[in-house]
Design a protein around this ligand. Structure first.
Ligand SMILES: Nc1nc2c(ncn2[C@@H]2O[C@H](COP(=O)(O)OP(=O)(O)OP(=O)(O)O)[C@@H](O)[C@H]2O)c(=O)[nH]1
Length: 299
């Protein structure tokens, strides 16, 4: 949960607190306190828990989600349910002072509307999640392991790649491998600083993702080195992909911030087969050695 999101959603916070206060105010002007011995404490615990939990869920939504329609609708729906829950709770402590218990009319209607609004919000959330899953597809092969995500490029780390490659070996799925290294990356760091270097690594990761298919997996291997797993792909297609990747990266003009310059980056790459009879470490180590001895494609 991020507390800065609480500030960013200040209007939603004000809306939720206002409804909460309005429910307390309405309850207090519509009735008078009943003697303690007539209170049903089991009802108080049940209804109080609902009120507290809806407040907690609202806070959780506000502190976890970015601004937008889904967040607004979730908070509006939850606030209406909280409103009804507070009226319901106070109902246990107060007896109506007028003949018509108009408060009870308010008890269920906001909750019903709130549930409808939340159902629509959850439907939109589902659509949003489908779009996010699509974006994630080329970042994860067939299962999610969030602690293995590299914070700079948001790609999975090499260990995840090895895990997925070993799984292909166990299932005897043929595959090709590409290892990519940014040429002269230490120059970028020295010239523009580590923060800009990180940004360029992130941009290169995006370009790599753009170049691969949904069935492929690209991971950050280490430093300025990336590794791609291409299931059911022959070596010729892997070399074709290398060509496309190298061309797409060398044609992009990166713009380091605060400098009016364009930075062109190059990568060098090698491709090989995933060998079903040896460990992924061994195959990768051979490809890394080949990459280290490779003459730079860059000028
Ligand atoms: N900004 C940034 N730099 C990193 C990160 N990890 C490694 N590096 C830098 O990447 C550079 C890698 O250096 P080298 O392995 O010599 O590679 P190179 O300078 O690209 O040289 P060649 O590969 O021979 O072309 C070093 O300067 C590291 O400091 C990182 O997470 N962020």
């Amino acid at each position: 949960m991020k507390f800065d999101l609480l500030m960013q959603h200040s209007r939603l916070v004000i809306f939720h607190v206002s409804l909460l206060l309005m429910a307390i105010l309405l309850s207090s002007i519509s009735g008078e306190f009943v003697p303690l011995e007539t209170i049903e404490w089991s009802d108080v615990i049940g209804e109080g828990s609902i009120a507290l939990l809806t407040i907690f869920w609202t806070l959780a939504v506000i502190m976890s989600r970015p601004s937008g329609k889904v967040t607004n609708l979730l908070v509006i729906g939850l606030s209406l349910v909280t409103f009804s829950a507070i009226l319901d709770l106070f109902d246990e402590f107060m007896a109506p002072i007028s003949a018509v218990n108009w408060i009870s009319l308010f008890e269920s209607i906001p909750a019903a509307i709130g549930m409808l609004v939340m159902s629509y919000a959850l439907y939109l959330w589902h659509l949003e999640q489908l779009a996010l899953n699509q974006q994630l597809q080329r970042r994860e092969l067939d299962y999610r392991w969030h602690q293995e995500i590299d914070a700079i490029t948001l790609l999975y780390r090499g260990s995840y790649w090895k895990e997925r490659a070993s799984s292909l070996i166990s299932n005897k799925v043929p595959a090709s491998i590409i290892v990519i290294d940014v040429v002269n990356f230490s120059y970028v760091n020295a010239q523009y600083g580590i923060v800009e270097g990180n940004r360029i690594l992130r941009e290169i990761a995006h370009l790599l993702l753009m170049n691969i298919r949904n069935t492929d997996l690209v991971c950050r291997y280490a430093g300025d080195r990336f590794v791609i797993l291409l299931p059911q792909t022959n070596l010729q297609d892997a070399f074709e992909l290398i060509n496309q990747i190298e061309r797409s990266i060398e044609n992009v003009a990166f713009k380091p911030s605060n400098k009016n310059v364009s930075l062109f980056t190059k990568v060098k790459s090698v491709a090989g087969r995933l060998v079903l009879t040896e460990t992924t470490e061994h195959t990768l180590s051979k490809l890394n050695q080949e990459l280290d001895t490779l003459g730079e494609h860059a000028a």
